[in-house]
Design a protein around this ligand. Structure first.
Ligand code: PLP
Length: 408
């Protein structure tokens, strides 16, 4: 008799983005002809730069010739891409070995799957608010108790708020797996070296592991802020880093990411090399490698010219961010975090409104879609996230509509 994984029943009814789509659909059906302006999802919109296109094309051409054709590659990623990632880290000031790099078809799967190499007894701590995948995958794995409607029993929520400038203090109880995302989705807050050092020291002392999500690191323009946790002394002993080509190189639809599992990364019952070999086992058992075409695109993205072109696109989104920030502030809304070294702006709802009420108000009055903060965790209530990804003209239209039509 087959039985289901009943942990799925603990999950909150709707994942945030399907619920947003549902509400937009209902509104559009009732109000045909109204143009919906989107500042909601973190989806890239600008065309891939020429260096990446060249890399992708050349890779397709290689497949057309029997002499250069390739089939399955290494599950861990093609050698030249892993070396390009190693050299990317070197430029950031971190020493990574090629066999510490695991290429994937995007950060979401790695973020979701990495917990599977840890015991179900691990106590999990997440930033609150946070990218929902950290929580939901641990719920599915059975590392939490019941859903109280706002939180899950057994999870440690590290509150990010105005008082701590949207980066959490260390947990007051002992935790085993700590998820940190910097620049953070949704708050756009970026951890300083000192803040990360505190967590690294905590993790080493408690034999905990930090899962560091650096998917937005290329949006950091302030050179004093760390783009990788591995510039922090000791981080290779306690941190796994996950990154993506999605936001930095426009690969949201192309799909490519990577994880770094350092050989020296250890925990309570894993000595040197163990976590690295377990992730290797996991990937070789359950993953057959990212597309060879896409991996060649990744190599092009990490080339000198590729990085330069990608930076220009990032700068385009960051100009959107400045336009949004200025417009919201002119309207009297408070942008409390983000938008400077990150493509997200974290905004206080006016007059103490609930996040979803503000969502509905934005949709019906300004026809603008934002993301309700409460969808990212209990501390997100009373805030909303605005995304700087979008075509300039649409961003300007949305900001103007908020300024002209939102009734405060
Ligand atoms: N991590 C964070 C914090 C994200 O916001 C996202 C996507 O929005 C991802 C990971 C997933 O990235 P990918 O497109 O590589 O799966």
């Amino acid at each position: 008799m087959a039985k289901i994984n009943s942990n799925y029943d603990k999950l909150s009814a709707g994942y945030l983005f399907p619920e947003i789509s549902r509400r937009v659909k209902v509104y559009s059906e009732k109000n045909p002809g109204i143009e919906i302006l989107r500042l909601g999802v973190g989806n890239t919109t600008e065309a891939l730069p020429s260096e990446i296109i060249k890399g992708l094309h050349a890779s397709v051409d290689k497949l057309s010739n029997v002499k250069t054709y390739t089939g399955y590659g290494d599950e861990q990623g093609n050698k030249n891409l892993r070396e390009a990632i190693v050299s990317y880290y070197k430029d950031l000031g971190a020493e990574i070995l090629p066999d510490e790099v695991f290429v994937s078809d995007g950060a979401k799967c790695d973020v979701a799957n990495i917990q599977s190499i840890f015991s179900n007894e691990c106590k999990v701590a997440v930033q609150d608010p946070a990218y929902p995948v950290y929580v939901d995958t641990n719920v599915i794995a059975g590392r939490t108790g019941k859903n109280t409607g706002v939180t899950y029993d057994g999870l440690v929520y590290m509150g990010c708020n105005l008082e701590n400038n949207f980066f959490p203090s260390l947990p007051t109880e002992k935790v085993d797996l700590i998820y940190i995302c910097s620049p953070n989705n949704p708050t756009g807050a970026v951890a300083t070296r000192e803040q990360l050092k505190e967590f690294v020291d905590y993790a080493i002392k408690n034999k905990s592991v930090i899962i560091f999500d650096a998917a937005y690191n290329e949006f950091i323009s302030d050179s004093t802020l760390p783009k990788t946790i591995y510039v922090i002394p000791g981080a290779k002993e306690c941190a796994i880093e996950i990154n993506s080509f999605s936001k930095s190189a426009g690969f949201t639809g192309v799909r490519l990411g990577w994880s770094i599992v350092p050989k020296n990364c250890v925990c309570e019952d894993a000595s040197i090399g163990k976590l690295n070999s377990m992730w290797n086992r996991r990937q070789t058992t359950m993953f057959n490698g990212a597309s060879n075409i896409v991996q060649d695109g990744g190599v092009a993205a990490l080339s000198k010219e590729g990085l330069k072109e990608c930076k220009e696109i990032i700068e385009y989104y960051m100009e959107n961010s400045r336009i949004i920030k200025k417009g919201l502030e002119e309207k009297g809304l408070k942008v409390v975090s983000g938008g400077v070294n990150a493509p997200y702006l974290w905004v206080k709802t006016p007059n103490g409104m609930k996040s979803w009420d503000l969502f509905d108000k934005m949709l019906t009055e300004a026809h603008v879609v934002i993301t309700p903060g409460s969808g990212f965790g209990p501390s997100g209530e009373g805030y909303f996230r605005v995304s700087a990804f979008g075509h300039r003209e649409n961003v300007i239209k949305a900001v103007e509509s908020i300024k002209n039509n939102l009734k405060l």
